[in-house]
Structures are given as C-alpha cells and as structure tokens.
Design a protein around this ligand. Sequence first.
Ligand SMILES: Cc1ncc(COP(=O)(O)O)c(C=O)c1O
Length: 401
Amino acid sequence: MTDLFSKFDPLIQQREGLLATGVRDPFSLVMEEVKSPTVAMCNGRETILLGTYNYMGMTFDPDVIDAGKDALDRFGAGTTGSRVLNGTYQGHKLVEEALKDFYAMDHAMVFSTGYQANLGIISTIAGKGDYIILDIDSHASIWDGCKMGDAEVVPFKHNDIEALEKRLKRLPEEAGKLVVLEGVYSMLGDIAPLKEMIAVAKAHGAMVLVDEAHSMGFIGPNGRGVAEEQGVLDDVDFVIGTFSKSVGTVGGFCVSNHPKFEIMRLVCRPYVFTASLPPSVVATAATSIRKLMHAGNKRAHLWENSRRLHAGLKALGFELGTQTPQSAIIAVIMPDLERGAAMWEALLNNGLYVNLARPPATPAGMTLLRCSLCAEHSADQVEDILKRFEAAGRATGIIGG
Ligand SMILES: Cc1ncc(COP(=O)(O)O)c(C=O)c1O
C-alpha cells in the first residue's frame, strides 16, 4: 500500500526541523481571550494584535454586536439550509441590500465565505472554451476557482500591464475572456494598476473581475476599493469581497451590474450546495457595511497608522515589501524561514502578534512578517509597536546595532 501521506514528507520534515530549533509553532497560536480589535491574551500575556484583517475594527462595534444578539434571539442560531431552499431569511436579503447601497450596484449575492465567492463565480462564469487571464500572485481561492471550472487558465506576471496585454493578444478574438485581478495583494500589501489593466482588458473584449477583499471599507473615497480609488469601478463587471476583513465577521459576496446576474443563484454550485450564513452573522454584516459607508474619519486614521508604521520600520532598517505604504498591510521581508520564525517569536514574547507568512502563500519564496493595521490602533500603540520591532530586530540580528 502506498501511504497517501508520503507526499507531505518534505513539509513534515521542514516543520520538524523548524520546531527542533526550539521556536514556538508559528501556525498554531491560540488567543485565549480577545479584549478589543487590537488586544488579546496569548500564552497568558496581553498582546497587541498586528496580524488580523480587522482593518476597520468592526468586530467590537457596539451596534454590530447588538444587531447580532438581536438576530440570534429572533431567528435562532442557524438556517440549516441552502440559500435556494430554506436558507434565505430576511437578514440575507437585508445584507444584500446593504451591499448594493454600499457599492451603488444593481446586484449582490452573498456566499458563506469569500473563498466560496471566488470559487463559485469564477468557475461558473468562465466555462469550456473560455479563457481566464489572471495575475500569477492571485489568492488561492482564485486559483481554486479556476481549477474547479473548465476554462483555459492563462497566468501573467504580477502587476505587469504589458504581460497582460501580450497574453490577451494571443487569444482567439471571439473567445469568452475573464481577466481576474485583486485590488490589494495581501502578501506584500501592494496595489494593482487597475486603471491601466482594466483598459487593456476591455480593449481586448474581456470581462473583468476584481477581488477587493483587502481594500473594501478602507481604500477609495467611499471604501469601495482600489477600483473606486482609481476611478474605474464602473468598468469592473464583478467585484468579489469578504465579510471576514473590514466588515468584521464572516461571509463572502459578489456585486455586479450585469443585467443577467441573478441567474447565478441557480447555476453557481458553491452558492447552491451549501448552508447559508447564520442570521446573527448576516445581521452583523449588514450593520457593519452600513456603518462603513460613513467611516471617512476611520479611513483617514488607518492611513495615518499605515504611513507611521511604514516610515518607522524603514527608519529602523527593516526591508519592506513596498517602497511606500499602499494599503493597511506592511510586509517585513525576513532573510529566511528560521530567522523569520525567531523574529516572530521574539515579537510574540514581547507582546506583539504579527503574521509569519512563507511559501507557497508568499511570492518569490519569501518569508514575511506581515503586519496589518487597524483603524482602532492609536498613534501611541503604533509607536509602541515600533519599539517592540526594534528590540526584537536587534535581539535576532535582523537589524544591526
Ligand atoms: C484576496 C482574497 N480573496 C478571498 C479571500 C477569502 O476570504 P474569506 O476569508 O472570506 O474566505 C481572502 C482571504 O484571505 C483573500 O485574501
């Protein structure tokens, strides 16, 4: 018998090697208590959170929490059914209304996660004989959506407008084409040149899908994302998003102005063949989305935080993923996995939690300490974070002095 687990041996060995150095397992952290969007108890110690996607701090918003409690009381703990049968409650319609208002778009379809939204929309709209042209650094859910469908998949170099154009030029003119882009790429926190890329896509007759998971709520004058910021939201055929980041709960969605969009509710398998979100979740999401429509001050403060952290880390001598702060994610590049894990642990022992990211999630084999800021981080907290980075950086030898 072939042990089907033998394919994981290299990963098991790498993991065992890392843990043998005495470092704490970076991928099994437990938060014993979460006190606010920016503070939790980890290993019995009060810890500043700098590695969540709670960009707008909505997880503890009192109105959001009240809405969830009320829905739990009135509608129960779960729907136990699919959206197309017994799983559409009033709250699912209300959150779709909130999304349509938030984006000023005609249609909104809510999925149980953002992962499923990409899986469902991409695999359903691009079929046999069609082409999906996507950035090579796309999120796993986009790649998995491609794998699930029957379209030809054509990757191009990350954020390279010319490479996108070259690929599109080679495809049959009459074929159906879907260009898939992200607003913010979550590993390095860099944004896409959507304006130029969408112009190229449209010139070659392609439809465009943009995943705005890491920009919704924060980037753009109304928080609609990078496409709004760059003035091209009207040219996007499908926006994919998630409730698991700025919205502060769980769920995924697609919004669109396509006149035939509603048929997706009958043909999209990751929408049809799974249970819908619990009533408390859709109630929290709807409340949060409506509040995010009026969150200009929070957005401004989050930009301040991002600029302060980026400038501070740069001044300390850390190598960063982007030359300028482009989003709420600041990626610190580590020399290798071992030293990255040691730095991650030194920060955690000093009461600061960031994400350790490594291949295959990261581009170009990089090990990263990914910092993601929250609108609820105060300026003092960011200064405190910088002090902890300095101490850990010196202790591990990642910065000099
Ligand atoms: C770009 C992107 N798309 C989609 C998702 C999936 O979102 P969810 O957590 O709702 O499944 C993520 C999550 O990390 C993401 O980064």
